[in-house]
Design a protein around this ligand. Structure first.
Ligand code: NAD
Length: 468
């Protein structure tokens, strides 16, 4: 098997050593990730800094065109990228899996590429004219996780270059292959050095956060790593966008129709086998309809086929890695010990791959790991509440604040409850649906800054105020 190569300054660069990347479904080796050194990082920073000198002077029209070309090449290579993604990440090709993710990458690239940030005139009168200009920051370091690697790579790369920056992306060592291929394709349509990829273990991410040649880090991953990045970035006062973990609550109000909402609740919680930052991770259901909601959800969950992502009949796949599998298993074991009632799933079959069954646990409350921490997997705790005040207080009783949802027939009432949730996005009768024109980000310890839309694009700029 030929090892993959880094892409630095438009060149494919071999490394002395590699790491095997294994399928989470079968354990088979599916690729070899190049292990970059700090010298490779320095080289990438030099390449990106050189490219920045000309890229920052390109016109808006040139950058719009570059984004269009990127979207087109991803689209042309969609099936190849989807297969690579399934091999290393595990998610099925179909359904809300790899093809869906590549489609999302194209949609976000297209939309973001067309957003403009024209000069704003703040004042224009006898006392003078004041203009607000947005300028690129410089070399952006992008650090991505293993759950939606291709789509998140585009969420980082595209606004960065659209705003005139250049990029070094470092994907997760769990899922590097599809990002390397993506950057190879991007390099066929943008000038050398504008987008570079280096891969390696977590130390390369830490080195990027410290590097004096990197002006901004955009990071998607866990809250613990976000804190380390902030610490390492402090001496050079890097600009940061941090999209971190979540422990999203959903509140089902007494007037909700259990049968009608079961499908939406299920996909809110189980998309990508629960390995999504803004998945529904704690479900609060009113006592009066608790048993019915449990029954409907269990019936829906039992109908969803889980299997090897390469099989077209699989709708959900395995967990991506052993660490995450162990976290989910320990959360469910702890919930059981504390009196949780497993409605479906809970007992993995063993065998190859990190398959954990779709699991619903009823009769749990705060004080058990499945509720208190981010499980990031296919196991949903269902918590009974008696008053809406109690549900709101419990939903907000978390250090996280990424998303939240409210489910019920009375829209005005649902919106009232939604407004009281402490989170960056809130949905009514759905959960986790994001779109490229709507800002997305966390409050509290779920992050700093937003992505998407004009607000997200602004994060890749500095403001220059011109008094004339
Ligand atoms: P992680 O924090 O372990 O790793 C993410 C990336 O950070 C990887 O590329 C990793 O190599 C790198 N990294 C690790 N240590 C580093 C360090 N000290 N300095 C710099 N980089 C370092 O996260 P993960 O396990 O890949 O992803 C799962 C987590 O990500 C979950 O908590 C999830 O909620 C969160 N997430 C958040 C969002 C969001 O938009 N808010 C999206 C996806 C995932």
């Amino acid at each position: 098997m030929e090892p993959m190569q880094l892409v630095i300054g438009g060149d494919l660069i071999s490394t002395a050593s590699h790491q095997e990347i294994r399928s989470p479904s079968t354990g088979e080796v599916v690729g070899l990730m190049p292990l970059a050194t700090e010298a490779d990082l320095d080289r990438a920073v030099r390449a990106a800094a050189n490219a920045f000198e000309s890229w920052k002077t390109t016109s808006d029209a040139e950058r719009v065109d570059a984004c269009r070309r990127i979207a087109a090449t991803i689209e042309q290579h969609a099936e190849e990228l989807a297969r690579l993604l399934t091999l290393e990440q595990g998610k099925p090709l179909g359904g809300l899996g790899s093809r869906f993710e590549i489609g999302g990458a194209v949609a976000w690239t297209r939309h973001t590429g067309e957003i403009a940030l024209p000069v704003e005139v703040l004042q224009d009168g006898p006392e003078g004219r004041v203009e607000l200009h947005r300028k690129p920051i410089g070399v952006v370091g992008s650090i991505t996780p293993w759950n939606w690697p291709v789509m998140i790579a585009c969420w980082h790369i595209v606004p960065a270059i659209r705003a005139g920056n250049t990029v070094i992306i470092k994907p997760s060592p769990n899922t590097p292959l599809s990002t390397i291929r993506l950057v190879q394709l991007i390099n066929e349509v943008v000038p050398p050095g504008v987008v570079n990829v280096i891969t390696g273990d977590n130390r390369i991410g830490a080195a990027m956060s410290r590097h004096s040649g990197i002006a901004k880090v955009t990071f998607t991953g866990s809250t613990a790593t976000g804190r380390r990045i902030m610490e390492n970035a402090a001496p050079t006062l890097k600009r940061l966008t941090l999209e971190l973990g979540g422990n999203d609550a959903g509140i089902v109000l007494p007037d909700a129709d259990p049968k009608a909402i079961a499908e939406g609740l299920f996909w809110g919680a189980f998309i990508n086998s629960g390995q999504t930052c803004a998945c529904l991770k704690r479900l609060y259901v009113h006592d009066s309809i608790y048993d019915e909601v449990c029954r409907e959800l269990a019936a829906y969950a039992s109908s969803v086929p889980v299997g090897d992502g390469l099989s077209e009949t699989s709708v959900l796949g395995p967990l991506q890695n052993k660490m995450q599998y162990d976290i989910v298993a320990s959360c469910v074991a702890d919930a059981r010990e504390k009196g949780g009632r497993v409605l479906v799933g809970g007992d993995p079959q063993g065998g190859p791959g990190y398959f954990y069954p779709l699991t619903l646990v009823a009769d749990v409350d705060h004080g058990c790991k499945l509720v208190d921490i981010e499980q990031f997997g296919p196991a949903l705790p269902i918590i009974r509440y008696r008053t809406v005040e109690e549900a709101i207080a419990k939903a907000n009783d978390s250090a996280m604040g990424l998303g939240g949802s409210v489910w019920g027939k009375d829209l005005a009432r649902a919106k009232e409850v939604a407004a009281r949730l402490e989170c960056g996005s809130v949905w009514i009768n759905r959960h986790g649906t994001i779109q490229p024109n709507a800002p997305f980000g966390g409050v509290k310890q779920s992050g700093i800054g937003v992505e998407f839309g004009a607000e997200g694009l602004k994060e890749f700029t500095t403001v220059q105020t011109v008094f004339c």
